[in-house]
Design a protein around this ligand. Structure first.
Ligand SMILES: [Zn+2]
Length: 293
Protein backbone atom coordinates (compact mmCIF):
# COMPACT_ATOMS: atom_id res chain seq x y z
CA UNK A 1 0.00 0.00 0.00
CA UNK A 2 1.32 3.45 -0.92
CA UNK A 3 0.42 4.78 2.49
CA UNK A 4 2.81 2.45 4.27
CA UNK A 5 5.64 3.77 2.17
CA UNK A 6 4.72 7.36 2.96
CA UNK A 7 4.64 6.64 6.68
CA UNK A 8 7.97 4.86 6.51
CA UNK A 9 9.52 7.90 4.90
CA UNK A 10 8.16 10.14 7.63
CA UNK A 11 9.64 7.88 10.25
CA UNK A 12 12.96 7.74 8.43
CA UNK A 13 13.31 11.51 8.11
CA UNK A 14 14.87 12.61 11.40
CA UNK A 15 14.49 16.32 12.00
CA UNK A 16 17.25 18.24 13.77
CA UNK A 17 17.06 18.28 17.56
CA UNK A 18 16.09 21.93 17.85
CA UNK A 19 13.22 21.39 15.41
CA UNK A 20 12.06 18.50 17.58
CA UNK A 21 12.07 20.69 20.67
CA UNK A 22 10.02 23.41 18.98
CA UNK A 23 7.61 20.82 17.65
CA UNK A 24 7.18 19.22 21.02
CA UNK A 25 6.60 22.63 22.62
CA UNK A 26 4.02 23.49 19.95
CA UNK A 27 2.41 20.10 20.41
CA UNK A 28 2.19 20.48 24.17
CA UNK A 29 0.65 23.92 23.76
CA UNK A 30 -1.89 22.62 21.23
CA UNK A 31 -2.73 19.68 23.47
CA UNK A 32 -3.34 22.00 26.40
CA UNK A 33 -5.66 24.11 24.25
CA UNK A 34 -7.53 21.00 23.12
CA UNK A 35 -8.08 20.00 26.74
CA UNK A 36 -9.33 23.44 27.68
CA UNK A 37 -11.70 23.79 24.73
CA UNK A 38 -15.17 22.35 25.24
CA UNK A 39 -16.38 19.95 22.58
CA UNK A 40 -18.46 21.73 19.93
CA UNK A 41 -22.21 21.13 19.75
CA UNK A 42 -22.14 19.15 16.49
CA UNK A 43 -19.27 16.94 17.72
CA UNK A 44 -21.15 16.18 20.92
CA UNK A 45 -24.19 15.30 18.81
CA UNK A 46 -22.09 12.83 16.80
CA UNK A 47 -20.94 11.16 19.99
CA UNK A 48 -24.40 10.98 21.52
CA UNK A 49 -25.64 9.32 18.32
CA UNK A 50 -22.68 7.06 17.54
CA UNK A 51 -20.96 6.21 20.81
CA UNK A 52 -23.27 4.68 23.40
CA UNK A 53 -20.63 4.68 26.16
CA UNK A 54 -20.36 8.44 25.96
CA UNK A 55 -23.57 8.96 27.94
CA UNK A 56 -22.33 6.69 30.71
CA UNK A 57 -19.15 8.57 31.54
CA UNK A 58 -18.79 10.64 34.67
CA UNK A 59 -18.28 14.36 34.22
CA UNK A 60 -14.55 14.00 34.88
CA UNK A 61 -14.20 11.09 32.46
CA UNK A 62 -16.15 12.93 29.78
CA UNK A 63 -14.00 16.04 30.08
CA UNK A 64 -10.87 13.94 29.64
CA UNK A 65 -12.39 12.04 26.72
CA UNK A 66 -13.49 15.30 25.04
CA UNK A 67 -9.94 16.64 25.31
CA UNK A 68 -8.28 13.47 24.06
CA UNK A 69 -10.75 13.20 21.19
CA UNK A 70 -9.88 16.70 20.02
CA UNK A 71 -6.17 15.93 20.27
CA UNK A 72 -6.48 12.74 18.22
CA UNK A 73 -8.59 14.50 15.59
CA UNK A 74 -6.02 17.31 15.38
CA UNK A 75 -2.87 15.17 15.38
CA UNK A 76 -3.63 12.17 13.19
CA UNK A 77 -3.62 12.12 9.44
CA UNK A 78 -7.20 11.07 8.58
CA UNK A 79 -7.73 9.56 5.14
CA UNK A 80 -10.84 8.29 3.42
CA UNK A 81 -10.12 5.35 1.11
CA UNK A 82 -12.05 3.74 -1.75
CA UNK A 83 -14.34 6.75 -2.07
CA UNK A 84 -15.11 7.30 1.61
CA UNK A 85 -15.40 11.05 2.19
CA UNK A 86 -13.60 11.96 5.41
CA UNK A 87 -15.86 14.04 7.66
CA UNK A 88 -15.79 15.35 11.22
CA UNK A 89 -18.33 12.68 12.12
CA UNK A 90 -16.00 9.88 10.98
CA UNK A 91 -13.01 11.38 12.77
CA UNK A 92 -14.81 12.15 16.01
CA UNK A 93 -16.59 8.78 16.18
CA UNK A 94 -13.29 6.92 15.82
CA UNK A 95 -11.20 9.26 17.95
CA UNK A 96 -13.62 9.15 20.89
CA UNK A 97 -13.68 5.35 20.99
CA UNK A 98 -9.88 5.28 20.88
CA UNK A 99 -9.79 7.97 23.56
CA UNK A 100 -11.88 5.86 25.93
CA UNK A 101 -8.97 3.41 26.19
CA UNK A 102 -6.70 6.24 27.20
CA UNK A 103 -8.73 8.34 29.66
CA UNK A 104 -7.02 6.69 32.62
CA UNK A 105 -3.55 6.43 31.10
CA UNK A 106 -0.86 8.96 31.74
CA UNK A 107 0.13 10.97 28.65
CA UNK A 108 -1.25 8.47 26.17
CA UNK A 109 -1.93 10.03 22.79
CA UNK A 110 -1.23 6.99 20.60
CA UNK A 111 1.90 8.73 19.34
CA UNK A 112 2.95 5.66 17.35
CA UNK A 113 -0.14 6.06 15.16
CA UNK A 114 0.36 8.70 12.48
CA UNK A 115 -2.55 7.88 10.20
CA UNK A 116 -6.06 6.50 10.35
CA UNK A 117 -7.35 5.12 7.05
CA UNK A 118 -11.08 4.54 6.74
CA UNK A 119 -12.89 2.45 4.12
CA UNK A 120 -16.58 2.63 3.20
CA UNK A 121 -16.91 -1.11 3.81
CA UNK A 122 -14.82 -4.06 4.88
CA UNK A 123 -11.89 -4.64 2.60
CA UNK A 124 -10.46 -8.02 1.74
CA UNK A 125 -7.85 -9.35 4.12
CA UNK A 126 -8.46 -12.95 4.85
CA UNK A 127 -5.58 -14.10 6.99
CA UNK A 128 -3.57 -13.00 9.94
CA UNK A 129 -0.14 -12.50 8.49
CA UNK A 130 2.75 -11.09 10.42
CA UNK A 131 4.73 -9.31 7.74
CA UNK A 132 8.18 -7.77 7.80
CA UNK A 133 7.95 -4.40 9.50
CA UNK A 134 5.40 -5.70 11.97
CA UNK A 135 2.27 -5.27 9.84
CA UNK A 136 -0.50 -7.55 11.02
CA UNK A 137 -3.49 -8.20 8.79
CA UNK A 138 -6.74 -9.29 10.39
CA UNK A 139 -8.88 -12.02 8.96
CA UNK A 140 -12.19 -11.97 10.75
CA UNK A 141 -14.81 -10.25 8.59
CA UNK A 142 -16.94 -8.39 11.21
CA UNK A 143 -13.86 -6.65 12.50
CA UNK A 144 -11.78 -5.99 9.50
CA UNK A 145 -9.04 -3.70 10.52
CA UNK A 146 -5.32 -3.41 10.48
CA UNK A 147 -2.72 -2.08 12.83
CA UNK A 148 0.84 -1.61 11.77
CA UNK A 149 4.05 -0.80 13.54
CA UNK A 150 4.81 1.83 10.93
CA UNK A 151 1.99 3.94 12.22
CA UNK A 152 -1.28 3.34 10.40
CA UNK A 153 -4.62 2.00 11.56
CA UNK A 154 -7.13 0.87 8.94
CA UNK A 155 -10.84 0.64 9.72
CA UNK A 156 -14.12 0.10 7.94
CA UNK A 157 -16.70 2.79 8.67
CA UNK A 158 -19.77 0.50 8.99
CA UNK A 159 -17.87 -1.59 11.56
CA UNK A 160 -16.83 1.52 13.45
CA UNK A 161 -20.45 2.68 13.64
CA UNK A 162 -21.74 -0.69 14.74
CA UNK A 163 -18.97 -0.92 17.33
CA UNK A 164 -19.86 2.46 18.79
CA UNK A 165 -23.61 2.08 18.74
CA UNK A 166 -23.74 -1.42 20.26
CA UNK A 167 -21.91 -1.01 23.55
CA UNK A 168 -22.31 -4.44 25.07
CA UNK A 169 -21.80 -7.19 22.49
CA UNK A 170 -18.12 -7.68 23.30
CA UNK A 171 -17.01 -6.54 19.90
CA UNK A 172 -15.47 -3.20 19.02
CA UNK A 173 -13.10 -2.81 16.10
CA UNK A 174 -11.74 0.54 17.33
CA UNK A 175 -10.85 -0.80 20.79
CA UNK A 176 -9.32 -3.81 19.08
CA UNK A 177 -7.04 -1.90 16.73
CA UNK A 178 -6.04 0.76 19.25
CA UNK A 179 -5.29 -1.98 21.78
CA UNK A 180 -2.74 -3.20 19.22
CA UNK A 181 -1.32 0.33 19.20
CA UNK A 182 -0.93 0.21 22.99
CA UNK A 183 0.64 -3.23 22.68
CA UNK A 184 3.16 -1.91 20.15
CA UNK A 185 4.38 0.69 22.61
CA UNK A 186 5.60 -2.15 24.79
CA UNK A 187 7.90 -4.51 22.91
CA UNK A 188 6.13 -5.13 19.62
CA UNK A 189 3.08 -7.32 19.09
CA UNK A 190 3.38 -9.53 22.16
CA UNK A 191 0.25 -8.76 24.16
CA UNK A 192 2.06 -6.58 26.72
CA UNK A 193 1.73 -2.81 26.62
CA UNK A 194 4.13 -0.46 28.36
CA UNK A 195 3.82 -1.08 32.10
CA UNK A 196 5.04 0.91 35.06
CA UNK A 197 7.18 -1.57 36.96
CA UNK A 198 8.99 -4.90 36.82
CA UNK A 199 6.43 -6.34 39.25
CA UNK A 200 3.64 -5.35 36.91
CA UNK A 201 5.33 -7.17 34.02
CA UNK A 202 5.58 -10.26 36.18
CA UNK A 203 1.90 -10.18 37.12
CA UNK A 204 0.94 -9.29 33.57
CA UNK A 205 2.80 -12.25 32.16
CA UNK A 206 1.37 -14.72 34.73
CA UNK A 207 -2.25 -13.70 34.36
CA UNK A 208 -2.20 -13.21 30.58
CA UNK A 209 -0.42 -16.50 29.92
CA UNK A 210 -2.85 -18.44 32.11
CA UNK A 211 -5.91 -16.80 30.56
CA UNK A 212 -4.59 -17.16 27.02
CA UNK A 213 -4.09 -20.90 27.46
CA UNK A 214 -7.44 -21.20 29.17
CA UNK A 215 -9.10 -19.66 26.09
CA UNK A 216 -7.20 -22.06 23.84
CA UNK A 217 -8.29 -25.06 25.94
CA UNK A 218 -11.92 -24.01 26.09
CA UNK A 219 -12.07 -23.21 22.39
CA UNK A 220 -10.53 -26.58 21.49
CA UNK A 221 -13.15 -28.33 23.60
CA UNK A 222 -15.87 -26.46 21.77
CA UNK A 223 -17.11 -24.38 24.70
CA UNK A 224 -18.81 -21.06 24.22
CA UNK A 225 -16.46 -18.42 25.61
CA UNK A 226 -16.95 -14.85 26.78
CA UNK A 227 -13.67 -13.83 25.12
CA UNK A 228 -13.66 -13.98 21.33
CA UNK A 229 -11.97 -17.23 20.16
CA UNK A 230 -10.05 -15.07 17.70
CA UNK A 231 -7.85 -14.32 20.72
CA UNK A 232 -6.33 -17.79 20.41
CA UNK A 233 -4.41 -16.67 17.29
CA UNK A 234 -1.62 -15.06 19.32
CA UNK A 235 -0.91 -13.26 22.58
CA UNK A 236 -1.31 -9.96 20.71
CA UNK A 237 -4.79 -10.89 19.52
CA UNK A 238 -5.63 -12.13 23.00
CA UNK A 239 -4.81 -8.72 24.46
CA UNK A 240 -6.94 -7.03 21.78
CA UNK A 241 -10.03 -9.22 22.26
CA UNK A 242 -9.68 -9.10 26.05
CA UNK A 243 -9.65 -5.29 25.78
CA UNK A 244 -12.90 -5.46 23.81
CA UNK A 245 -14.49 -7.59 26.54
CA UNK A 246 -13.16 -5.40 29.34
CA UNK A 247 -14.93 -2.35 27.90
CA UNK A 248 -18.00 -4.06 26.43
CA UNK A 249 -18.82 -6.91 28.84
CA UNK A 250 -17.14 -5.87 32.05
CA UNK A 251 -19.71 -7.39 34.41
CA UNK A 252 -19.40 -10.82 32.83
CA UNK A 253 -15.64 -10.48 32.65
CA UNK A 254 -15.41 -9.51 36.31
CA UNK A 255 -17.40 -12.59 37.20
CA UNK A 256 -15.78 -15.12 34.90
CA UNK A 257 -12.23 -13.79 34.68
CA UNK A 258 -11.72 -11.83 37.91
CA UNK A 259 -7.93 -11.80 37.72
CA UNK A 260 -7.91 -10.64 34.12
CA UNK A 261 -10.49 -7.98 34.91
CA UNK A 262 -8.41 -6.76 37.85
CA UNK A 263 -5.26 -6.70 35.72
CA UNK A 264 -6.98 -4.55 33.10
CA UNK A 265 -8.62 -2.29 35.66
CA UNK A 266 -5.18 -1.57 37.12
CA UNK A 267 -3.65 -1.03 33.71
CA UNK A 268 -6.36 1.18 32.20
CA UNK A 269 -7.03 2.98 35.51
CA UNK A 270 -10.77 2.88 34.98
CA UNK A 271 -13.66 0.62 35.86
CA UNK A 272 -16.12 -0.15 33.05
CA UNK A 273 -18.07 -2.50 35.37
CA UNK A 274 -18.91 0.46 37.59
CA UNK A 275 -19.96 2.37 34.48
CA UNK A 276 -22.26 -0.44 33.34
CA UNK A 277 -23.88 -0.65 36.77
CA UNK A 278 -24.50 3.08 36.67
CA UNK A 279 -26.06 2.63 33.24
CA UNK A 280 -28.51 0.16 34.74
CA UNK A 281 -26.93 -3.13 33.80
CA UNK A 282 -27.61 -5.32 36.76
CA UNK A 283 -26.89 -8.90 37.41
CA UNK A 284 -26.18 -10.17 33.94
CA UNK A 285 -26.33 -13.92 33.73
CA UNK A 286 -22.86 -15.17 33.07
CA UNK A 287 -22.61 -17.15 29.87
CA UNK A 288 -20.29 -19.83 31.13
CA UNK A 289 -21.14 -21.30 34.47
CA UNK A 290 -19.15 -24.46 34.02
CA UNK A 291 -15.88 -24.76 35.84
CA UNK A 292 -13.26 -25.73 33.31
CA UNK A 293 -9.95 -24.62 34.82
ZN1 LIG B 1 -6.05 -7.91 15.91
Amino acid sequence: MGMALKVRLEVAAKPAIEVCMVLSWLRRRRRRRCFERPLSGPWRTFLLANFAHYKWLTEVERARLDGLTQILVAEKNWEGCNGLVMTDEVKVTIAAQAALLAIGLHEEYFDSILSVLVYPSGYVARETVQQPGGVVLERESPRLGEASSVGAIVLSWPDVLESGRIPDDGSNVVYHEFAHALDLQGHGFDGAPLLESRDQYQTWSEVMTAEYHRLIRRTRRGFDTLLDPYGTVSEAEFFAVATESFFEQPLDMQQEHPQLFELFRNFFHQDPAERFRRAGYGTQSAKNQDTIP
